[in-house]
Design a protein around this ligand. Sequence first.
Ligand SMILES: Nc1ncnc2c1ncn2[C@@H]1O[C@H](COP(=O)(O)OP(=O)(O)O)[C@@H](O)[C@H]1O
Ligand SMILES: [Mg+2]
Length: 418
Amino acid sequence: MSTGLPTTRAPLADALPSAAPPVMIEGSGLSKVYGLPERRGAQLLGGGREAVTAAGGTLAVHDVDFTVGRGELFVVMGLSGSGKSTLLRMVNRLVEPTSGTLRIDGAEVTGMDADALRELRNRRISMVFQHFALFPHRSVRENAAYGLRIRGVTAKERLARADAALHQVGLGNHGDARPHALSGGMRQRVGLARALATDADILLMDEPFSALDPLIKRNMQDLLLELQAEHRRTVVFVTHDLNEAMRIGSRIMVMKDGAVVQCGTGPEIVSAPADDYVSDFVSDVDRSRVLTASAVMRPALLTAHVGEAPADVLERLANAEATGVFIVDDDGLLLGAARDQDLADALRDGEPDLTGRVGDAYRTVRPDQPLADFLHLAGQGIVPVAVVDTAGRLLGVAPKAAILSALAQPRRISRAHA
Ligand SMILES: Nc1ncnc2c1ncn2[C@@H]1O[C@H](COP(=O)(O)OP(=O)(O)O)[C@@H](O)[C@H]1O
Ligand SMILES: [Mg+2]
């Protein structure tokens, strides 16, 4: 499917980092009632959980809106029973929504007839589960090729594609093995290979790594991120593990009792949890690894142009009660830093500008670097840690106080009314 060529995007979208990708999956007003006839369930939705429960049904998902961008790795997170699996299965209508609409690539899935739906499931969507069945008497290769059978691919091509997928997940040498010869982690890789072999551009993953040991789980997450960097599928990934969500998700939607309580990037959720339920999840997270320099960045207050006179810059330092200043050129490129003493020396020696006083007593980070990378540097030098882009332009600074503030998680005063 992927040509390997850069996709055509409007130049403007590249210029604006926040420009959202085109929508691939869009759910609106999605609800699911289990245990009641469809029409009865739909009638009771207006009365909410109480009405549904009173009638003997279960309101598993209630009025959920969400969109997933093309190429996004979208995570749905929540405690067991919060409706994650139900929501995921409504995407390809393995679970029929009681109400609401779902669109994929603009086409309304909720209105599709059986043929169109089969086509969608066979060609565009693959699923990976926590527990999935491998055929014990078939080879790993045949197991990985399984998803292609129903897609009308020739036997020869099936096995070739299965081999390619096994190679992608690091099982290239195990095609001839039987499943029982593999460890749990390797078997889970076969499940992933099975999904990848299909070339589907949408992956629905329901706690695929939840049963794995922590180390193997991490490896699988890394593998998924690597594959994702290469192929940019649209992934909806369900987990109850916020650390996992933070590691892999471009955005995270937190669900509770069938409803969405918060949706945002990992740093957004960690810095401002919407309620106590989200706070409880967030309390287990290592904030220094989730929050990045961009989350603590402030405008650089003390910068000087390299052509300025030392006396002027010293005056600014005096007024700001600061001891050092960043020096930039005409293009905003960060050249270095000067301390007050350097400027005073330049003034004494009659130097016209700062050219001779560009020092290297400063440290730089990229906006997407986690705080953990540079925590130890904060408050060390004459200037704050500098945040620079790939070209070396000064974007802002990461002051120690901003870092400390972001890392400090306020204790909750009372949960009495939760
Ligand atoms: N097939 C089903 N029939 C009846 N109730 C169900 C069914 N599947 C899930 N439920 C109920 O719906 C709610 C949400 O379940 P689920 O979507 O599996 O949540 P999660 O994946 O977050 O654990 C739970 O209360 C669960 O018991
Ligand atoms: Mg589930």
